[in-house]
Write a protein that binds this ligand. Structure first.
Ligand code: TDO
Length: 192
């Protein structure tokens, strides 16, 4: 995690991975609970972020589930915004952009309902998480529709990520992904 700056609606923390941002939206609390706005087009535009999102979806995971590390390949690659609306996850991004100063490096963040924080994930990063609580509800916005043909992954246990679970619950699909060492990336790093 590096520098911090403020925008109209979101505080921004930069990841060690260029282009990846931890966003902190305002949280309005009162006697009923709290209110959080997760997307505000003018603020995203001011921050130079993607504003054209085409799908939104969520998953619910039991404690100890690992999902990942996922991405869509070009030409169906996409920006993702991710947050945890119930419970908590350890969220991880892996830089797979050839030529990036952080190619093959990962960064991790605890995303939680208690923190109301969000992760902005540029194209060319693989993404995954480990559920730290039961009923971990993870919400996504993505800039390109789901494309099973281009939906790919890298083995969750081939990157050196210190997951909270040594024997997590993982999907059959995620067990079949290539390991990072055998992976040939279709992404090229572009200086912004
Ligand atoms: C991702 C996705 C899945 N599906 C279907 C395919 C499958 O039958 C079922 C579950 O899919 P998956 O096993 O791929 O779900 P999951 O492992 O939760 O996939 C997600 O993982 C995290 C880490 C991400 O970063 C997401 O972008 C997404 O890839 O839902 C869609 O119809 N649309 C979608 O956008």
């Amino acid at each position: 995690m590096a520098s911090q700056s403020a925008s109209s609606s979101f505080k921004i923390c930069e990841s060690i991975i260029p282009g990846c941002l931890l966003l902190q939206p305002k949280r309005f609390e009162d006697c009923r609970g709290y209110f959080v706005k997760t997307f505000h087009q003018p603020s995203f535009k001011d921050m130079g972020l993607e504003t054209d999102f085409s799908e939104s979806f969520y998953s619910v995971s039991k404690k100890g589930v690992v999902r990942g590390m996922h991405f869509q390949s070009p030409p169906r690659d996409h920006v993702k915004v991710v947050y945890c609306a119930h419970g908590a996850v350890k969220d991880v991004v892996l830089d797979i952009r050839i030529g990036s100063p952080t190619y093959g490096h990962f960064d991790s963040f605890e995303l939680s309902a208690a923190k109301s924080n969000m992760l902005y994930i540029p194209k060319g990063l693989a993404h995954g998480f480990c559920a730290l609580t039961d009923q971990a509800l993870v919400v996504y916005q993505v800039s390109e529709p789901y494309s099973p043909e281009y939906d790919r992954g890298i083995r969750w246990d081939s990157i050196g990520i210190p997951w909270e679970e040594s024997t997590p619950l993982v999907s059959d699909r995620d067990k079949r992904h290539p390991v990072l060492a055998d992976f040939s990336s279709p992404f090229v790093y572009e200086l912004s």
